[in-house]
Design a protein around this ligand. Structure first.
Ligand SMILES: Cc1ncc(C[n+]2csc(CCOP(=O)(O)OP(=O)(O)O)c2C)c(N)n1
Ligand SMILES: [Mg+2]
Length: 582
């Protein structure tokens, strides 16, 4: 005889799989045993991928990474009590970045709540406003399961996570939902008979009419692509005849309108100062120049609503629209191919490029050859001597320690559209944002709340999903600072039987959080105090951590070693440590 708990769990997982769910992340626990054991059976039957993690915080971010890559809601199953609360960071990030996720939290039945029962708290609504849809399901009783009711509930959960209602209309942003399910003893039974599959994936189609954007007669429009803006931003910049400022994780960092060194240009009166209209896609978070431009007087701001829960509107005065369509006719400007628009875009693009080149040259000069007298002019030399000199310099360069800039450049150089790049919060993502040229690399970053938590788990989810779904998928590389790695080091734990992703964790180790060295207060505060409470120094042996978790480990102290480490073939995940100076 199967228990009502197991019958219900089988029905629920079958319904979620039918509705389109593909990934289930779970952690061990007693109250959730029926769901976990059922999930294992669905995996054997090839109807769900199951990922097991001991730590729910890792599990939550793993689910976030899986959903970020697939666009399909992932399910994360927990037992009762603090286990549920450990999902909170991932749930918040999912809410703010618009990633669909279904939390299925197992709970005590109503008669056991509110009386001090073991491992029992108030679970429905635990995530407060970060979760828009919560259902508290009464513990299943004996008798046949109402499959139709379960199916409706599962479809509603999937639709809500995708930002729609059960009729498929897009109502709000994508994000996390919570299905709290009570279970009574017996909590499961060993016997499992899986309901037949009736796949009918829930689809949510946006029903919005795009708002028209006129091309300006005197060009003064700028397109900003923040995190996850997507290729629409690039297309809009071209259609509008506008320069494109695209953050590194925008998914729009390419094309002929892309502007380099945008921070300096936005600060300049002849560039940023001449902007009269900004069209924002995605969620910009990486510079102070963008919010400052959007809050300046005399600048019209159009924000195309991004995936996250809140529209980006630092000046609280933007026209927020769901989608845009460029309207050439009504502005009277037949084409953006006129001299005025070409000049406007060309100035931004060329000046930005020149600024970037000049910066690169000055960095090369700062740490380049010269100390040993090799930087003198080459007048009067033979071609062969010059060539030899050039090679000698190149070799010397390769032997140099890695700078943040060199690290960012190397990572960008080795990555291609079939790879995935994940960027942790802190200095290194900003380094990439400042210097890397346009290239269609899929870049992910948890920019909803820009936490340093969960980055390894998120990247693992992206690696696992991309490598499962795309036979041509390359390597997932995640670039993190040392504190970001240490914060989520538990996510390096891959239990026996878990798929080992093709994942490179590249850690720029400067012994603490050097981002805080750039705080204004660092100039006047006590250096000891700054070090102790902000930099938070450590001397963790990262190679020993890799050994402990059964990962491969490579130290890349020079540029040559780094290039080699990034393109080498590994069997499973690898930790690449790059020492950086504070
Ligand atoms: C969960 C969380 N806690 C704290 C912070 C604040 N924070 C931002 S960056 C940072 C330090 C990052 O250090 P590291 O990863 O070593 O990068 P570095 O700045 O040294 O390159 C901290 C603690 C945060 N963003 N998220
Ligand atoms: Mg650091």
């Amino acid at each position: 005889m199967t228990s009502p708990s197991t019958e219900y769990a089988l029905s629920l997982l079958a319904s979620l799989a039918d509705a389109g769910v593909r990934d289930v992340v779970l952690s061990p626990g007693s109250r959730s045993q029926a769901l976990a054991l059922a999930a294992a059976e669905f995996e054997i039957a090839g109807r769900l991928s199951v990922h097991v993690r001991i730590d729910e915080r890792s599990g939550g971010f793993l689910a976030l990474g899986l959903a970020a890559e697939t666009g399909v809601p992932s399910v994360v199953i927990t037992t009762s009590g603090t286990a549920v609360a450990n999902l909170h960071p991932a749930v918040l990030e999912a809410h703010h970045s618009g990633v669909p996720m279904i939390v299925v939290s197992a709970d005590r039945p109503s008669e056991m709540r509110g009386i001090g029962s073991n491992q029992t708290t108030v679970q429905p609504g635990l995530f407060a406003s970060a979760v828009g849809w919560v259902r508290d399901v009464e513990a299943p009783r004996s008798g046949p399961v109402d499959h139709e009711a379960v199916r409706t509930l599962a479809r509603e959960a999937v639709a809500e996570a995708l930002g729609g209602d059960s009729h498929g209309a897009l109502g709000r942003s994508r994000g996390p939902v919570q299905l709290n399910v009570a279970f009574r003893e017996p909590l499961s039974s060993g016997e499992q008979s899986l309901p037949a599959a009736h796949p009918a994936p829930v689809e949510v189609a946006p029903l919005v009419a795009p708002s028209a954007l006129e091309v300006d007669v005197d060009p003064a429009t700028l397109v900003v692509a923040g995190h996850a803006a997507g290729p629409e931003a690039e297309a809009a910049a071209r259609a509008l005849g506008a320069p494109l400022v695209a953050e590194v994780s925008s998914g729009a960092r390419f094309g002929p309108h892309l502007v380099s060194s945008y921070r300096a240009l936005l600060d300049d009166a002849d560039f940023g100062g001449r902007v009269r209209r900004v069209v924002v896609f995605g969620h910009p978070t990486l510079s102070r120049q963008i919010p400052s431009l959007l809050t300046r007087g005399g600048v019209e701001v159009v924000v195309v609503r991004a995936a996250g829960a809140e529209a980006y509107d630092p000046g609280r005065s933007a026209r927020v629209v769901e989608a845009v369509e460029v309207d050439r006719a009504s502005s009277g400007v037949g084409s953006t191919d006129d001299a005025a628009h070409r000049t406007w875009v060309g100035l931004w693009v060329h000046t930005g490029r020149r600024l970037l080149e000049a910066e690169a040259e000055s960095e090369d000069a700062a740490d380049g050859p010269g100390a040993d007298g090799t930087a003198e002019g080459s007048a009067g030399r033979t071609e062969a001597a010059e060539q030899a000199e050039f090679l000698r310099r190149e070799v010397q360069l390769l032997r140099r320690p890695v700078t943040r800039r060199a690290l960012a450049e190397a990572l960008w150089r080795v990555s291609w559209p079939h790879d995935r790049l994940v960027l942790g919060a802190s200095r290194l993502i900003r380094e990439l944002d400042q210097i890397v040229p346009g290239k269609k690399i899929p870049v992910h970053a948890n920019r909803g709340l820009a936490g340093i938590d969960g980055t390894i788990a998120t990247a693992t989810g992206i690696a696992l999903a991309s490598q499962r779904d795309d036979p041509a998928a390359g390597t997932t590389r995640v670039l993190v600072g040392d504190l970001t790695l240490l914060h989520d080091v538990g996510s390096m734990l891959l239990g026996l039987g878990e798929t080992r992703p093709r994942l490179q964790v590249v850690v720029g180790n400067d012994g603490g959080g050097t981002i805080f060295d750039g705080l204004e207060v660092a100039a006047t505060a006590s250096p000891e105090a700054m070090t102790r409470v902000q930099f938070t120094p450590h001397e963790v042996d990262l190679s020993a951590l890799a050994v402990a978790y059964g990962w491969q480990y490579v130290e890349a102290a020079t540029r040559a070693e780094l290039d080699q480490a990034l393109v080498a073939r590994y069997d499973g995940p690898v930790l690449i440590e790059v020492p950086l100076s504070r």
